[in-house]
Design a protein around this ligand. Sequence first.
Ligand code: GDP
Ligand code: MN
Length: 418
Amino acid sequence: SGLNIKSSIDEPFQFGCGIPDTKAPRASAAFVMLARNSEIEDVIKSMKSLERHFNQWYNYPWVFLNEQPFTDDFKETVAKYTNSQVEFGFIEPEQWEFDKLIDRGEFYEFIESQGDRTIMYGNLESYHKMCRFYSGFFYKHELVKKRDWYWRVEPDVEFFCDLTYDPFIEMEKRNKKYGFNVLIDELYYTIPGLFKETRAYIRNKGIKVKDTWELFIDDSKHVKGKHEQDYDGIRGFKRILRRIESNIYIKRIIQTKKKSDQWLNKLSPQILEELFDRVTDRPGINLDRFDREEYNLCHFWSNFEIARTDLFNSKTYEEYFKHLEKSGGFYKERWGDAPIHSLGVAMLLSKEEIHYFRDIGYKHSTLGHCPNNSPSNQLKYEAQDPILGKDEFGIFSKRTPDKPIKNGVGCRCRCPLN
Ligand code: GDP
Ligand code: MN
């Protein structure tokens, strides 16, 4: 038997291309982009791509947020790239600036020390503020909060497939609350204290850990440079499944059989696969074990997110954020919003409420994800979709979808990810 992970992974909402229903009722949703005036070129690039691949048919509004007022030039320019409504939100200093009670000398000592230790962006004060804002405040902004859903977009992102259905409506139908398309490992030295604080919060509050935790923890210790990054959502998901299986299920079996780790390495792929098949009925995580475990650094890459705003506007998340804020980790370390969202999601949702947008080809900076149905993608991404195997090649030429393609994930993808 092959890997039976169909039950662990939700299915795509649509196979191949459909005809966009331009008249169907829309969800209460918007694109949300935090940006600086200076990033206008990259903002346009993201807008063009998302409008071309999705929003020309669905016309969801764009919300731009900034702690500085947007210039007239910025506002007029972005309006030219969409037929939809555009809204501009100002971020109040209380939501952007660190607490005035923090000792300034100590604050800069921490920030500069991160620069000395060459922690990526660690010495950029603005980066710390941005991460803190995305961790604890964006969903409180009136322009975001008044809606049920947001789709997070950043300057300089690219979409490679046509999306011919409405992801908000489809998520609503299926009771999904958080959607992602890339999973990667966090850089260890940006969050050495995050999991300890997270664990303390969970224990103090007596939060019942959902099964999603198994996506995020394992027994291995991470040292700098040792863990590789995943550049692809599919492989990322597979790897995480492997982690769940090898670290939680298989280790338990090994313990029972009093076998060593070397024994595991000698197992044939067939036996491993059989073990994997049984993972679906693993028991929930046990807190005693959890206390000894470490975060495996794996997280949803949060520059792409389609999620409910009330997920974060919830008591559990709000108190989680406050707990983290109090610990000082947003400046003492360089905690990113991505692992924090991921751990929050793990606390709040069950696996079934999370959706993997495997059909949304996407790239930001050097990382991205693409389904397997694009010719150029074949060369770069050998990993096959675990459910569907090799997809049909998409045909990418016209602006409006023509006849639906029955098989395959993603619609007319073309991913020059190299
Ligand atoms: P990276 O993707 O982790 O390299 O981080 P980015 O520099 O792209 O920042 C993430 C998001 O926050 C992007 O949407 C940026 O436009 C935005 N951003 C970062 N710093 C600032 C800032 O100081 N002010 C504003 N308004 N936006 C920022
Ligand atoms: Mn970015």
